[in-house]
Design a protein around this ligand. Sequence first.
Ligand SMILES: [Zn+2]
Length: 160
Amino acid sequence: MKLTISIIILVFSLGCNSNAQEAKNQKTYPVSKTEAQWKSELTTAEFQVLRKKGTERAFSSKLNRIEEPGTFVCAACGNELYKTRHKFESGTGWPSFDRPVDEKNVDYRPDRTGGFSALEVLCANCGGHLGHVFNDGPRNTTGKRHCINGVAMDFIPKKK
Ligand SMILES: [Zn+2]
């Protein structure tokens, strides 16, 4: 009986050993900082989304309404992510784009945490969580919908 319990505990602790799993999934990005550094540099809302993979409340970002030409950059590292000309009104309440500035500027990772299968979008420069990409974007362009948290980005208007 005692042995059985020990085995159960052993199996259980192996199964819960997510640290090893996490370490394996850790990719090194050009901009790499400790959690404490990010926490001191980002606002609480930015930290929750970019470093903790949180999701901002729908319709909460002022970037939703931006229509003027310009570039959306990573709020953590300034990497260029999206252009206004690729932005479209998805009705979801999050800034939506049919493509990034350059596919090299973003990174994708399968995400099954939400009970649904989606592709996570990250900043390719700092590994910050941006949002998700879905295949229900505009049919007349790429068919992709990059659903991005506004708080993860800053907007730089195009110089006139
Ligand atoms: Zn970044």
